[in-house]
Design a protein around this ligand. Structure first.
Ligand SMILES: [Zn+2]
Length: 241
């Protein structure tokens, strides 16, 4: 069993105090997460602090200590009410847009990363929502071949991409074998959320893996158990929402 941490919504105007608190906390327990960085943020919800010119230098320093830097869409503005192929939410920057529109977004986001000296290999869709055109756009406009998202017990291959599932919104003990990603949004975390994470890290830090250390060379297509998990989850959501 392995745990991974993903942190969403890093950008120039993030809540710096909370992000630096998270960085210090993960450093204390030697946990190296995936950071979902918004390349060209236009989302007012993510405009919290005044922009800091040192943002990209800070991201570079994270990369140099083996944190994984992922492309988190382009501008983080929701354009549609589609859920795409991972309908966690009915809103998306990507799902439902034409291939031409999506290629334009990926191109802009990827070019921004390139211009700041990054070569991301993981895509993180805002609100977890994307569709097959998003994957085509990633193929055409970037060298990204890994997606962080969807429900399964462990990484799998589909549509010529490797999917690293993202199952849980906070750290918790899972008794089934697998690779589990906990997704946090530092901008909106309160003291309680930080404290709970620390309690978990203190106890389980040895079970955490770095994204860079994951062996993705022997990943197969989705198992029947993974297909069932995903199917059951979305059926339950349909019934109970
Ligand atoms: Zn986001």
């Amino acid at each position: 069993m392995k745990y991974l941490i993903r942190l969403d919504d890093a950008c120039e105007t993030m809540n710096w105090e909370k992000w630096l608190r998270m960085e210090a906390l993960l450093d204390k327990y030697s946990v190296k997460p995936l950071i979902a960085v918004i390349p060209n943020n236009e989302d007012d919800m993510q405009k919290i602090d005044p922009p800091r010119s040192t943002f990209w230098q800070w991201v570079k320093a994270l990369e140099q200590k083996d944190w994984e830097i992922g492309l988190h869409g382009n501008d983080h503005v929701y354009k549609t009410t589609e859920g795409g192929i991972n309908p966690i939410h009915k809103r998306s920057e990507f799902a439902g847009l034409t291939l031409v529109e999506q290629k334009d977004k990926i191109k802009k986001g990827f070019e921004k990363f390139k211009s700041e000296g990054f070569n991301p290999r993981i895509f993180v869709a805002p609100s977890h929502t994307f569709d097959l055109n998003t994957l085509k756009a990633l193929k055409a406009e970037s060298s990204i071949n890994i997606i962080s998202d969807t429900l399964a017990f462990k990484p799998y291959k589909k549509h010529d991409f490797i999917f690293i599932p993202q199952q849980l919104g906070s750290a918790r003990f899972v008794f089934l074998p697998g690779v589990y990603t906990f997704c946090y949004h530092p901008n909106t975390m309160n003291d309680n959320a930080f404290n709970q994470l620390e309690v978990f890290l203190k106890k389980h830090n040895r079970k955490f893996s770095n994204f860079k250390d994951l062996d993705l060379n022997h990943v197969n297509s989705k198992s029947i158990f993974d297909k069932l998990l995903s199917f059951t989850y979305f059926q339950f959501r349909k019934v109970f929402r």
